[in-house]
Design a protein around this ligand. Structure first.
Ligand code: SF4
Length: 219
Protein backbone atom coordinates (compact mmCIF):
# COMPACT_ATOMS: atom_id res chain seq x y z
CA UNK A 1 0.00 0.00 0.00
CA UNK A 2 2.68 2.55 0.98
CA UNK A 3 4.66 1.83 -2.21
CA UNK A 4 1.56 2.72 -4.24
CA UNK A 5 0.99 5.90 -2.20
CA UNK A 6 4.60 7.00 -2.72
CA UNK A 7 4.32 6.33 -6.47
CA UNK A 8 1.08 8.29 -6.77
CA UNK A 9 2.59 11.19 -4.82
CA UNK A 10 5.63 11.25 -7.10
CA UNK A 11 3.31 11.19 -10.12
CA UNK A 12 1.38 14.21 -8.77
CA UNK A 13 4.62 16.07 -7.93
CA UNK A 14 5.91 15.50 -11.48
CA UNK A 15 2.66 16.76 -12.96
CA UNK A 16 2.88 20.02 -11.03
CA UNK A 17 6.43 20.36 -12.41
CA UNK A 18 8.10 20.83 -9.05
CA UNK A 19 11.78 20.00 -9.40
CA UNK A 20 12.52 21.56 -6.07
CA UNK A 21 14.33 19.62 -3.37
CA UNK A 22 13.36 20.00 0.28
CA UNK A 23 15.77 22.10 2.36
CA UNK A 24 17.05 18.93 4.02
CA UNK A 25 17.67 17.07 0.78
CA UNK A 26 19.49 20.08 -0.62
CA UNK A 27 21.56 20.31 2.56
CA UNK A 28 22.31 16.59 2.34
CA UNK A 29 23.55 16.96 -1.23
CA UNK A 30 25.43 20.25 -0.77
CA UNK A 31 27.14 19.21 2.44
CA UNK A 32 27.87 15.66 1.39
CA UNK A 33 25.93 14.22 4.35
CA UNK A 34 28.01 16.13 6.92
CA UNK A 35 26.17 15.08 10.14
CA UNK A 36 27.00 18.26 12.06
CA UNK A 37 25.75 20.54 9.29
CA UNK A 38 22.62 18.43 8.85
CA UNK A 39 21.96 18.53 12.61
CA UNK A 40 22.37 22.31 12.79
CA UNK A 41 20.50 22.81 9.49
CA UNK A 42 17.55 20.82 10.85
CA UNK A 43 17.49 22.96 14.01
CA UNK A 44 17.47 26.10 11.83
CA UNK A 45 14.73 24.76 9.55
CA UNK A 46 12.12 24.45 12.34
CA UNK A 47 9.17 26.78 11.65
CA UNK A 48 11.07 28.41 8.80
CA UNK A 49 10.38 28.47 5.07
CA UNK A 50 12.75 26.30 3.04
CA UNK A 51 14.19 29.27 1.12
CA UNK A 52 15.09 31.07 4.35
CA UNK A 53 16.51 27.92 5.97
CA UNK A 54 18.86 27.49 3.02
CA UNK A 55 20.08 31.10 3.26
CA UNK A 56 20.57 30.88 7.04
CA UNK A 57 22.51 27.60 6.80
CA UNK A 58 24.80 28.98 4.09
CA UNK A 59 25.42 32.21 6.05
CA UNK A 60 26.17 30.33 9.25
CA UNK A 61 28.62 27.83 7.80
CA UNK A 62 30.34 30.49 5.71
CA UNK A 63 31.31 32.10 9.04
CA UNK A 64 31.75 29.08 11.31
CA UNK A 65 32.87 25.86 9.69
CA UNK A 66 32.94 23.31 12.53
CA UNK A 67 31.69 22.54 16.07
CA UNK A 68 34.67 24.20 17.76
CA UNK A 69 34.26 27.48 15.85
CA UNK A 70 30.54 27.52 16.58
CA UNK A 71 31.00 26.69 20.25
CA UNK A 72 33.47 29.60 20.59
CA UNK A 73 31.27 32.01 18.61
CA UNK A 74 29.40 34.92 20.09
CA UNK A 75 25.64 34.23 20.31
CA UNK A 76 24.88 37.60 18.66
CA UNK A 77 27.08 36.68 15.70
CA UNK A 78 25.32 33.33 15.31
CA UNK A 79 21.96 35.10 15.55
CA UNK A 80 23.06 37.61 12.93
CA UNK A 81 24.09 34.82 10.52
CA UNK A 82 20.74 33.04 10.82
CA UNK A 83 18.57 36.18 11.09
CA UNK A 84 16.30 35.16 8.16
CA UNK A 85 15.15 32.08 10.10
CA UNK A 86 12.20 32.15 12.49
CA UNK A 87 13.04 32.35 16.22
CA UNK A 88 16.66 33.05 15.33
CA UNK A 89 17.69 34.24 18.82
CA UNK A 90 16.45 31.06 20.54
CA UNK A 91 17.99 28.95 17.80
CA UNK A 92 21.33 30.79 18.09
CA UNK A 93 21.54 29.90 21.80
CA UNK A 94 20.66 26.27 21.09
CA UNK A 95 23.13 26.01 18.22
CA UNK A 96 25.95 27.21 20.46
CA UNK A 97 24.99 24.76 23.25
CA UNK A 98 24.74 21.87 20.79
CA UNK A 99 28.08 22.78 19.20
CA UNK A 100 29.73 22.84 22.66
CA UNK A 101 28.44 19.35 23.49
CA UNK A 102 29.37 17.91 20.10
CA UNK A 103 32.86 19.39 20.43
CA UNK A 104 33.57 18.60 24.08
CA UNK A 105 31.58 15.43 24.81
CA UNK A 106 31.57 13.77 21.40
CA UNK A 107 34.93 15.06 20.08
CA UNK A 108 33.32 16.68 17.01
CA UNK A 109 31.39 13.55 15.98
CA UNK A 110 27.58 13.70 15.93
CA UNK A 111 26.25 10.59 17.71
CA UNK A 112 24.37 8.03 15.61
CA UNK A 113 22.08 7.04 18.46
CA UNK A 114 18.58 8.49 18.74
CA UNK A 115 18.80 8.59 22.56
CA UNK A 116 22.01 10.61 22.50
CA UNK A 117 20.61 12.94 19.84
CA UNK A 118 17.45 13.47 21.92
CA UNK A 119 19.61 14.52 24.87
CA UNK A 120 21.00 17.49 22.94
CA UNK A 121 19.34 20.81 23.88
CA UNK A 122 16.22 21.54 21.85
CA UNK A 123 16.51 18.39 19.75
CA UNK A 124 13.17 16.61 19.43
CA UNK A 125 12.22 13.41 17.66
CA UNK A 126 11.77 15.02 14.23
CA UNK A 127 15.25 16.58 14.28
CA UNK A 128 16.87 13.42 15.65
CA UNK A 129 15.17 11.27 13.02
CA UNK A 130 16.18 13.72 10.26
CA UNK A 131 19.82 13.34 11.32
CA UNK A 132 19.50 9.54 11.26
CA UNK A 133 17.97 9.57 7.75
CA UNK A 134 19.74 12.44 5.99
CA UNK A 135 23.17 12.20 7.63
CA UNK A 136 23.58 8.51 8.48
CA UNK A 137 21.20 6.76 6.05
CA UNK A 138 19.61 4.93 8.99
CA UNK A 139 15.97 3.77 8.74
CA UNK A 140 13.72 6.26 10.56
CA UNK A 141 10.57 8.31 9.89
CA UNK A 142 10.95 12.02 10.64
CA UNK A 143 7.38 13.21 11.18
CA UNK A 144 6.72 16.91 10.70
CA UNK A 145 3.42 18.74 10.13
CA UNK A 146 3.29 17.64 6.46
CA UNK A 147 3.76 13.95 7.25
CA UNK A 148 1.24 14.16 10.11
CA UNK A 149 -1.41 16.06 8.09
CA UNK A 150 -1.18 13.97 4.93
CA UNK A 151 -1.14 10.63 6.77
CA UNK A 152 -4.38 11.66 8.52
CA UNK A 153 -6.03 13.09 5.41
CA UNK A 154 -5.33 9.91 3.48
CA UNK A 155 -6.64 7.84 6.39
CA UNK A 156 -3.41 5.86 6.81
CA UNK A 157 -3.56 6.86 10.50
CA UNK A 158 -6.03 8.52 12.81
CA UNK A 159 -3.81 10.37 15.25
CA UNK A 160 -3.71 13.51 17.35
CA UNK A 161 -0.07 14.53 17.23
CA UNK A 162 3.21 13.94 15.43
CA UNK A 163 4.54 11.52 18.07
CA UNK A 164 1.51 9.26 17.73
CA UNK A 165 1.76 9.48 13.93
CA UNK A 166 5.41 8.44 14.07
CA UNK A 167 4.59 5.43 16.26
CA UNK A 168 1.71 4.36 14.01
CA UNK A 169 3.68 4.77 10.77
CA UNK A 170 6.60 2.79 12.20
CA UNK A 171 4.21 0.04 13.24
CA UNK A 172 2.41 -0.15 9.89
CA UNK A 173 5.04 0.55 7.26
CA UNK A 174 7.72 -1.84 6.12
CA UNK A 175 11.13 -0.54 7.22
CA UNK A 176 12.49 -0.45 3.67
CA UNK A 177 10.17 2.53 2.92
CA UNK A 178 10.87 4.59 6.06
CA UNK A 179 13.64 6.77 4.61
CA UNK A 180 11.48 7.82 1.64
CA UNK A 181 8.52 9.02 3.69
CA UNK A 182 9.74 12.42 4.90
CA UNK A 183 11.19 13.63 1.61
CA UNK A 184 8.23 12.56 -0.56
CA UNK A 185 5.49 13.65 1.88
CA UNK A 186 7.11 17.07 2.45
CA UNK A 187 7.42 17.89 -1.27
CA UNK A 188 3.88 16.57 -1.82
CA UNK A 189 2.62 18.65 1.12
CA UNK A 190 4.34 21.82 -0.06
CA UNK A 191 3.00 21.51 -3.62
CA UNK A 192 -0.24 19.48 -3.67
CA UNK A 193 -1.70 18.51 -0.31
CA UNK A 194 -1.12 21.98 1.16
CA UNK A 195 -2.31 22.79 4.70
CA UNK A 196 -5.14 25.18 3.84
CA UNK A 197 -6.16 24.54 0.26
CA UNK A 198 -5.12 21.09 -0.94
CA UNK A 199 -5.06 20.84 -4.76
CA UNK A 200 -7.24 17.73 -4.84
CA UNK A 201 -8.06 18.18 -8.54
CA UNK A 202 -4.37 17.74 -9.40
CA UNK A 203 -3.87 14.81 -7.03
CA UNK A 204 -3.48 11.18 -8.10
CA UNK A 205 -4.55 9.93 -4.66
CA UNK A 206 -8.19 11.07 -4.80
CA UNK A 207 -9.53 7.52 -5.16
CA UNK A 208 -7.93 6.37 -1.93
CA UNK A 209 -8.13 9.59 0.11
CA UNK A 210 -10.46 9.69 3.12
CA UNK A 211 -10.47 13.53 3.23
CA UNK A 212 -11.37 13.76 -0.46
CA UNK A 213 -14.25 11.30 -0.02
CA UNK A 214 -15.65 13.45 2.79
CA UNK A 215 -15.36 16.80 0.99
CA UNK A 216 -16.76 15.42 -2.28
CA UNK A 217 -19.76 13.91 -0.46
CA UNK A 218 -20.54 17.39 0.93
CA UNK A 219 -20.54 19.18 -2.44
S1 SF4 B 1 -6.96 14.15 -2.60
FE1 SF4 B 1 -6.64 16.16 -1.69
S2 SF4 B 1 -6.57 15.83 0.51
FE2 SF4 B 1 -6.32 13.84 -0.48
S3 SF4 B 1 -4.11 13.54 -0.61
FE3 SF4 B 1 -4.76 14.47 -2.51
S4 SF4 B 1 -4.53 16.67 -2.21
FE4 SF4 B 1 -4.46 15.71 -0.19
Amino acid sequence: MISNILLLMQESIKRCKSNRLTALRELQEEENRDPFKILIGTVISARTRDENSKIAVRNLFARFGNPKELSDADIDEIADAIRVAGFYRVKARRIKEIAKIIHKVYHDEVPRSIDKLLNLPGVGRKTANCVLVYAFDIDAIPVDTHVHRISNRLGIVDTKDVEETERELMRMIDKRYWKQINDTFVIFGQNICKPLKPSCNECSLRDICKYYKVISSLS
